[in-house]
Design a binder for this molecule. Structure first.
Ligand SMILES: [Zn+2]
Length: 153
């Protein structure tokens, strides 16, 4: 079981939390920072909302891999139920982990990625990631400017 480097100052990450709106036009996908735009330069009016610039940058990197055909079926904000074992051995849903990104590699294996601005996680995130791993879904931590070669595609 992995251990995770903990963030001592949970609010430090928030300083970089600049909302980002990514144009959904596949030929554009320009990032707009801060306030939600009314209209994109391309004329598009639909946007994906990201809570941080880091997360939107990770999305852009994964989208590049998807467009190059190295990964497929990229999606975001995917819920996973987290279970505990009850006294009778039954599965009990305790909470939900929302994955930032889920994609499939070319062998059809599912990957789960969690976007973090720092090389560390807070206590709640660490707990959820450990339960995910115990359930057989190892979450890949995407931090800072992760190299796309790092993705096992
Ligand atoms: Zn656009």
């Amino acid at each position: 079981m992995r251990s995770f480097r903990r963030l001592n100052a949970p609010h430090a990450a928030g300083q970089r939390a600049i909302r980002t709106f990514v144009c959904t036009n596949p030929k554009c996908e320009v990032h707009h920072y801060g306030e939600p735009p009314v209209q994109c330069y391309c004329g598009g009016i639909e946007f994906l909302r990201f809570d941080s610039k880091t997360e939107s940058q990770h999305w852009a990197q994964l989208r590049t891999l998807e467009k190059r055909g190295r990964i497929k079926n990229l999606r975001r904000q995917i819920p996973f139920a987290l279970y505990a074992v009850g006294p009778e051995g039954q599965k009990i849903k305790v909470t939900t982990y929302i994955a930032d990104f889920v994609w499939d590699d070319l062998d059809g294996h599912q990957h789960v990625g969690d976007s973090k601005p720092e090389a560390g996680v807070d206590d709640l995130a660490a707990l959820k990631l450990r339960i995910m791993e115990a359930q057989g879904d190892r979450v890949e931590l995407l931090t800072g400017r992760f190299a796309t070669d790092h993705i096992d595609a």
